[in-house]
Design a protein around this ligand. Sequence first.
Ligand code: SAH
Ligand code: DHB
Ligand code: MG
Length: 222
Amino acid sequence: MDMGSNWAAVDEYLVGKLIGDADPLADVLAANAAAGLPAIDVSPVQGKLLHLLANAARARRILEVGTLGGYSTIWLAQALPADGKLVTLEIERRHAEVARGNFNRTGVADKIELRLGPALDTLNALAAEESAPFDFVFIDADKQHNADYVQAAIGLARPGALIVVDNVVREGRVLDEQSQDSAVQGTRRLFDMLANEPRLDATGIQTVGVKKWDGFIVAIVR
Ligand code: SAH
Ligand code: DHB
Ligand code: MG
């Protein structure tokens, strides 16, 4: 058997054993598909990983950059205590509308504040508000601004906070120095920044599964 071609099948096996065949968030993915949103949400096992990491960090305040239909948002919100809060940033009005519907139907709407606009702007606004720092940040929007998003996240997070960045491997394309793809360039700029960022203690973890070969950065704010 060619094991490499079985990444998706193994993901299904893991979901069956560890998440349950009736993935509680399957309705959300169905609503996203019905609304014509791109199927670029984190996978179920990745969503549960975010949930577990937020729980391990005892997160009470979570920041997300890139909402789409709110699939990752809901996994994260479900890790919050009753008085916890999640701020999620999205540029597309249509995505935000679909996400709000999903937040209402899954009962997490009262914990979530969705801010519409370019994340560079909404992150600046958050910084200006000087509200309580975040315990956990998930960055998953346009990849060309990832270095800026991580810089902003450092400023908005408490010491000890976790920062997770999605899609930092992209089937190995991250290695292509000459790439004309702005997402690859943005990811490489992020790694160059991390290589010289004393305020973060970071690692990269490669993943395979229904989202093929990709990876996360996981970092802790010192
Ligand atoms: N985190 C989601 C997937 C996000 S997909 C999940 O796993 O379920 C990336 C999202 O980032 C898209 O909805 C896209 O519209 C949004 N996005 C792209 N550029 C952005 C920007 N400059 N500011 C805020 N959101 C942006
Ligand atoms: C894309 C974006 C994502 O955040 C992701 O997880 C997968 C794919 C994309 O823009 O293609
Ligand atoms: Mg992603």
